[in-house]
Structures are given as C-alpha cells and as structure tokens.
Design a protein around this ligand. Structure first.
Ligand code: NAD
Length: 364
C-alpha cells in the first residue's frame, strides 16, 4: 500500500537523523511518499514564523507526520512549534514508549524486562497556562473569592496556578490508553495521580479512568499514587505496562522512565489525537553536534517504528525495531553516546550506524 507522510527534518541534527529514517524505510520496502515540510528556527528568516501554515496544511491532509527536533528561539516572541502543533491539531495524547534495549547503558541492575508505555494527557492540568500573581495593597478579587469559597487565607504575595482537569479530557485520555493497550496486546493499564490530596481534580481523573476501564474487561486496571509510582518505577519497573497520567505527572514520569532505560537518546515519542499523529524522537536538536555526523538516530528510528505500526505496516515496524535493537546489542557500529565505558572500539557516525541498521533490515 502506498502512503503519504509529512516529513519535517527540523533543526540541528534533525536533517541528519531523518535522512537515516528515510533510507531505512526505503530498505524495508514500505512505499511512502514523503511530503517534506520545513519548520523551526531555520525557516524563520524566510517565513517570518517557525511554523508556516503549509506545514499544518500538509499534516491535516496526510494525517501522519515524522518530525525531527525543532528549536524555538528563546526571547524572540515566537510560540513553540511543538505547542502550536499540539493545539492546532488537537494532539491530546503524548505517547512515550520506554523499552530497555540490551547494549544501552542503564543504572538499573537488571533492566531487561522494562517495557513501559507512558500515555500523558497533553492539553489540561497546570499546563493550561492559567496563572495569577496576587498583588499587595488594594482589593484582590481572586484572594477574596478564595477566602469566601474555601476559607483559605492566602497572603497577597502568592502566585497562583490553576489546575483544570475535566471529565471529558480524562475519559478521552483513558480511552486512548485502553485502546492503545487493546491494539498492541498490552495486558495492564495503571492510572496515576494524587487523588488522595487533590480530590476534585486528580480524584476526578481517577474516577474517569476507572469508569473507562469497565469497558475493557480483558485489560487489567489499577490505580497508583504518583509518589509511590516514582519508587515503584525505580524498584520494580518490569511490573508495569501502560501508564496513563494527567499532564504534569506525565511529563515527569516520562523522563523518569526514559532515565531508567538509559536516557532520551533511544526514547521515541508521538503526539496523537483522534485524527492526526506526529511521531518524533524525544531528544532536542543537539546544536553542539549538528552537522558533524555524530547524532544517534535510534530515537527517530524507534519513532519511525511507531509510525509504521500506526499506518498499518506492522511487519516493517517489527523488522526495523529488531534491526535497531540488534545493532545496539552488538555494539560494534554505534554512535559515541551508546558506547559503554569499558568498550575501547571506536564509535561510528550517524551514516554508518544507519548503514549497519539497513544491513540488518535486509538480513531479517
Ligand atoms: P538536546 O536534547 O538537544 O541536547 C542535550 C544533550 O544531548 C546534548 O549534549 C546533545 O548533544 C545530546 N544529544 C541530543 N540528541 C542526541 C542524539 N540524537 N545523539 C547524540 N547526542 C544527542 O537538548 P537541549 O540542548 O536542551 O535543546 C536543544 C534545542 O532543542 C533547544 O532549542 C530546544 O528547544 C530544542 N528541543 C526540541 C525538542 C523537540 O522538537 N521535540 C525537544 C527538546 C528540545
């Protein structure tokens, strides 16, 4: 089957790693027409924006995108490309599979069974951007409202961030997590929050997840508090499968999970909604090594694996995953960041690891 996918090379190491992804897809024999679209710092001078409308139009048309990392210039008044993509395309779920691959450095003693999928709600919670700074002197309607409604007396030098969590948003993300579990044969979904303290926001999230779980009797469901979960993930990560969380906890637990499997270098990601999906590595544009053939393409390749599975190319997805895992396990053709301390063999460049993966793809 022929597919059309939007390809955003991005900034820094983005063009180098997405080039490897393209050649691997070709080697797999998957028929993809890449609709190449430029976004990020590199287009600002010409387009006067880091996210031209043509990029959004392309994703809206093709429904699926593979994206390299993009830079958002600090202090220049541009909104983050990633935030704009999420908002414009209603990408309400952030998907972060964190699987340990043999050969990657991890501080966990026995990481081999770690295979987590983090599903983070992307639109609500403390990231909604509703913040106030109380001021001293004069009337303060917000503090008065809080005093009258809750009896809590806040001082006039208090910063206040609002944490909106809705039933609609919570049911939507829980349904996404269960549907993902069902589609990919996962056994258990764990909902994570702090419902014992924030009964109205996190408590609502917990009840929504519980309600949704009843529609999926074949998938185990459990609830955990986020503090306990941090300890569980360090001590017994292999016991967990799909995790579903509100935005803030999802952000933190995603990085914790990436840390236990050996860092962001190999962690794939996707931002998904009901209509559109954007797949990308979780690391940034690595400007310090850009253009030097030093970037590790594993993150974007594992994201390509997710993308291939999403567009119905499950067999190609499995082959690519196996090929990347094998090259990492062998350790002979890997980039410097994947080298173990006691390995004296020299690292290879981005192109060479790409070639080693293509060779494996052809052998599988
Ligand atoms: P970064 O991930 O780019 O780099 C952190 C460190 O990791 C650097 O030492 C870098 O060399 C190394 N690194 C990153 N990717 C690597 C790879 N594939 N192979 C080998 N080493 C790699 O993080 P940063 O420096 O904080 O951010 C740089 C830029 O990237 C910023 O402009 C930031 O806004 C952007 N960024 C974009 C995304 C995205 O588009 N999804 C995500 C994070 C950061």
């Amino acid at each position: 089957m022929r597919h059309t996918v939007t390809l955003i090379p991005g900034d820094g190491v983005g063009p180098e790693i997405t080039r490897v992804a393209k050649t691997c897809v070709e080697a797999l024999g998957v028929d993809i027409d890449w609709d190449v679209q430029c976004a990020g710092a590199s287009v600002i001078e010409k387009e006067k924006t880091p996210l031209p409308d043509s990029v959004l139009d392309s994703i809206a048309k093709n429904k699926v995108a593979l994206k390299g990392p993009v830079e958002t210039p600090v202090g220049k008044g541009f909104r983050s490309v990633n935030v704009q993509l999420r908002k414009s395309l209603d990408l309400f779920a952030c998907l972060r599979p964190c699987k340990y691959y043999e050969g990657v450095r991890s501080r966990i003693t026995n990481p081999s069974g770690i295979d987590l999928v983090i599903v983070r709600e992307n639109t609500e919670d403390l990231y909604a951007g509703i913040e106030f700074m109380a001021t001293c002197g004069g009337d303060n309607p917000l503090l008065t409202f809080i005093r009258e409604r809750t009896g809590v007396e806040l001082t006039c030098d208090t910063g206040i961030s609002i944490k909106p969590i809705s039933i609609t948003g919570s049911e939507r993300i829980a349904t996404f997590a269960f549907e993902y579990a069902k589609k990919y044969g996962r056994k258990k979904v764990t909902a994570i929050d702090k419902a014992n303290i924030m009964k109205l926001s996190d408590g609502l999230f917990m009840r929504a997840a519980e309600n949704v779980s009843k529609k999926y009797p074949d998938i185990l469901y459990e609830h955990k508090l986020v503090d306990n979960m941090c300890m569980q993930l360090v001590q017994f990560p292999e016991k967990y499968d799909v995790l579903v969380l509100p935005n803030l906890y999802g952000d933190i637990i995603s990085d914790l999970a990436a840390g236990i499997i050996g860092g962001l270098g190999v962690a794939p990601g996707a931002n998904m909604g009901n209509e559109y999906a954007v797949f990308e590595a979780t690391h940034g544009s690595a400007p310090d090594i850009a253009g030097q053939d030093k970037a590790n393409p594993a993150g974007i390749l594992f994201s390509t694996v997710l993308m291939l599975a999403h567009i119905g190319e499950a067999n190609a997805a499995d082959r690519l995953k196996l090929a990347v895992a094998e090259v990492i396990r062998e350790g002979t053709s890997v980039t410097a960041d994947l080298k173990k301390d006691d390995d004296s063999r020299p690292p290879v460049g981005t192109m060479a690891i790409g070639e080693a993966i293509i060779k494996k793809v052809n052998e599988i």
